[in-house]
Unconditional design. Structure first.
Length: 445
């Protein structure tokens, strides 16, 4: 072999990122991979020179799970002393230095608001020092995260426009791990959206823990999420806009109206209610009632009759009675959800609800099953009702079988098409012919 090999030193190092939790973490992981110049991403930890766990604190015993995951890398680190191990995300924020105390092999700990400092932290870790940053600075971390030049992207992308939350629901860690609510300025969001579209993106999902509280600085002052959406609407080549996750109390009139008038805004809304009992909603510090939520859904449906509503529910919140649970089921019956995520309440240390008495575990399990059965029925009925309709589908990738393509309808249902001539990134009209457990099938019109 006479080919000249590059100097070993200039070969890119290898980065393995494991992402837990929400879409915002997926987005953050992409940005972190771009920020770590000189690294190529790999799919397994054994090849890596650096392992980053991008952690989530929303589920139960999150920190314990991270510690046991880290334990599994011990052997790798013993074989490869140069391997650097980092912890990012909400567990990093919540645990801080404690992580390095409990797992001394961890070289780097970085909280979600400090990702723009990752290159410095990496250099520090490389030099053999421990690198820790869990500050919550007020600068826009994404602005400081350097993007690599123009790599082609898939047809769909997330774009974080807002972070943190000021709502302090009694069960939730987000206000503590992600900090106060902050919106990115309009021009930065638009620049990033244009860049994504140039790189092949057709659908953008705007992300924020409390995305409809968006109030980014723009021309003539602060702009609402609806105003931002109308600006994105003008970008040629961007075909679809979505946003998640919203709080009922921030569903402003202009946003509801946009659902009726903005063609690019997809007919799908994730609007968590958590419970249908006013007593529990109050104890959760949700600052809305079941009735106000139902009236809000009515107004949204008046603007966009076919909109698919999705939600989040917590069952077995402290002090939840059979009657409270029945109230939640009644609310679900009235709303008719196209999709929903439901969780058994579990304690997050440091949150107000953590001090309260738990509902019996078996009772909570039974309630969860009952609630999930109801939602599955609603979900399935709505999905089945798509059969016979013609829907626009954005094709995202080949299916499992030869010639098959998979995409999403505006309602976010997965749609399979056999013998498909539509290409990845194209939107085509599909007649839906059948509905399976998790997806629809159809034929190009
Ligand atoms: N226990 C159970 N579910 C929770 N969620 C948030 N905190 C908790 C908790 N302590 C759920 C809420 C939220 C979703 C992202 O996770 O339903 O909307
Ligand atoms: Fe957590 Fe959402 Fe409540 Fe904010 S609005 S505290 S993110 S559940």
């Amino acid at each position: 072999m006479s080919e000249s090999k590059p100097e070993p030193k200039s070969e890119p190092r290898k980065l393995f990122i494991k992402t837990y939790g929400c879409q915002m973490n997926v987005y953050d992981s992409e940005r972190m991979a771009e920020a770590l110049e000189g690294y190529d991403q790999v799919q397994t930890p054994d090849e890596a020179d650096m392992i980053l766990l991008n952690t989530c604190h929303i589920r139960e015993k999150a920190a314990e799970k991270v510690y046991s995951e880290l334990g599994r890398f011990k052997g790798l680190k013993a074989d490869k002393p140069d391997l650097k191990i980092g912890v990012a995300g909400c567990v990093a924020q919540a645990e801080g230095e404690e992580i390095m105390r409990r797992q001394p092999m961890v070289d780097l700990v970085v909280g979600p608001q400090s990702y723009h400092r990752l290159p410095e932290l990496e250099a520090k870790a490389r030099s053999g020092e421990k690198a820790l940053d869990t500050d919550m600075p007020e600068e826009d971390k994404f602005e400081h995260l350097k993007s690599r030049p123009k790599a082609q992207r898939g047809p769909t992308a997330f774009l974080t426009v807002q972070e943190g939350c000021d709502k302090f629901c009694a069960f939730c860690v987000v206000p503590y791990t992600r900090g106060a609510e902050v919106s990115r300025p309009v021009d930065r969001v638009l620049a990033e959206a244009r860049d994504l579209v140039e790189r092949g993106v057709r659908e953008i999902t705007l992300l924020g823990q409390n995305v409809n509280a968006y109030h980014g600085a723009g021309e003539g002052g602060e702009q609402s999420l609806a105003q931002l959406i109308w600006q994105l609407d003008k970008i040629d080549g961007l075909e679809r806009i979505r946003f998640t996750t919203s709080h009922p109390n921030d569903m402003s009139d202009d946003l509801i109206e946009a659902h009726g008038t903005c063609d690019k805004l997809m007919p799908y809304l994730h609007l968590p209610v958590q419970s249908g009992s006013d007593r529990i909603l109050k104890r959760m510090n949700r600052a809305h009632t079941a009735e106000s939520y139902l009236r809000l859904i009515e107004r949204i449906r008046a603007a966009r009759p076919d909109i698919l509503i999705s939600g989040d529910f917590i069952v077995g919140f402290p002090e939840e009675s059979d009657q409270d649970h029945a109230d939640t089921l009644a609310l679900i019956e009235e709303v008719n959800y196209g999709q929903a995520f439901s969780f058994k309440y579990s304690t997050r240390p440091g949150t107000p609800a953590a001090e309260r008495e738990l509902v019996d575990a078996d009772v909570a399990d039974a309630r969860l099953q009952e609630l999930q059965a109801l939602i599955t029925r609603q979900q399935r009925t709505i999905q089945d009702s798509m059969v016979g309709r013609e829907l626009d589908v954005l094709f995202e990738k080949p299916g499992r079988f030869e010639g098959q393509m998979v995409g999403k309808s505006g309602y976010l249902h997965a749609v399979h098409v056999d013998d498909c001539t539509a290409k990845r990134g194209e939107i085509a009209r599909v007649r839906i012919v059948s509905s399976g457990p998790n997806s629809l099938s159809g034929a190009l019109v």
